[in-house]
Design a binder for this molecule. Structure first.
Ligand SMILES: C[S@@+](CC[C@H](N)C(=O)[O-])C[C@H]1O[C@@H](n2cnc3c(N)ncnc32)[C@H](O)[C@@H]1O
Length: 266
């Protein structure tokens, strides 16, 4: 069977990836089922085989963004770390270890601080070919005395310099979660673990360009694919659950029809 782009496939992602040729995908953004944290519609998850297949199908200088947290039961499972180290072992570079910080997290923990983050491992197959740096506003603007020429003697000279209005974002990205934060698509919440649209969007804008192929092998409610469509990238999505695939298809249909409307206005 030949794989078509811009499709959501129901089935085991290992089987689907088996049909994808080497060096095919520009960018993968995905969040696997971690430990036994959520009850999805039944799945089998063979991490090591999936990781190797991702390496094979990723283009040279392409990127995989692996969004993952740990089960906390007594202590942290550390599955996230083990997976990250495995990715390195099979040839990926750990280009960045980013944090997805949740603005509003309800999960308090007795005897420990409330966990409010997941990792976003940005894994590259060689030096990344695309980096469109996202920027954020700086807190201050105007002119300020700025230090320069700091040497071993510790003498810190200052001169008047213009502050930049914007700077490259840090690698801690914060998002509101829940309805209105994660997404406005009510239908998406039929899935138990949707990640924020903005998270997928920010990675798509950072690591890909228009026309590139974005892949999500465990796409759940289709967030990655929806945002790929919105930013005129191609996509392939896959989930083992037909119910989740139908949610993904529905969300993509909606965004495509909204896009046609705005295209008509232009
Ligand atoms: C954390 S969720 C992904 C959620 C998604 N990022 C979103 O925004 O909706 C993980 C998904 O992996 C799917 N899954 C688990 N094992 C799979 C496999 N072997 N092949 C394809 N999908 C799988 C589950 O059904 C679940 O929907």
């Amino acid at each position: 069977m030949g794989i078509k782009i811009n499709e959501i496939y129901t089935g085991d992602c290992l089987k689907l990836m088996g049909e994808i040729r080497d060096n095919f995908v520009d960018l993968t953004i995905t969040s696997p089922p971690y430990d036994d944290l959520r009850n999805y519609n039944g799945y089998s998850f063979e991490f090591e085989r999936i990781a190797k297949e991702l390496f094979r199908i990723t283009k040279d200088r392409g990127i995989v963004v692996w969004v993952v947290g740990d089960r906390i039961n007594g202590g942290y499972s550390m599955t996230s770390f083990k997976q990250a180290l495995f990715f390195k072992q099979i040839g990926f570079q750990a280009h960045d270890v980013m944090i997805y910080k949740k603005k509003n997290t309800p999960f308090m923990r007795k005897g420990a601080y409330t966990n409010c983050y997941e990792f976003m491992f940005v894994l590259s197959k060689g030096k990344p070919k695309t980096f469109n740096a996202l920027k954020e506003k700086t807190v201050r603007s105007g002119y300020e005395l700025m230090p320069y020429n700091k040497r071993a003697d510790g003498i810190n000279k200052k001169q008047l310099g213009k502050l930049n209005k914007e700077k490259v974002k840090t690698n801690v990205w914060e998002y509101a979660v829940g309805l209105g934060g994660t997404t406005r698509d009510k239908i998406a919440f039929k899935h138990p673990a949707v990640f924020p649209e903005k998270l997928a969007e920010d990675h798509i804008l950072s690591w890909s360009n228009e026309g590139d192929l974005v892949f999500d092998p465990m796409c759940g409610s289709g967030t990655t694919c929806k945002m790929a469509v919105l930013h005129r990238r191609n996509y392939i999505g896959c989930d083992i659950s037909e119910e989740y695939c139908n949610i993904a298809r529905e969300r993509i249909k909606l965004v495509r029809s909204q896009q046609k409307l705005t295209d008509r206005k232009i």
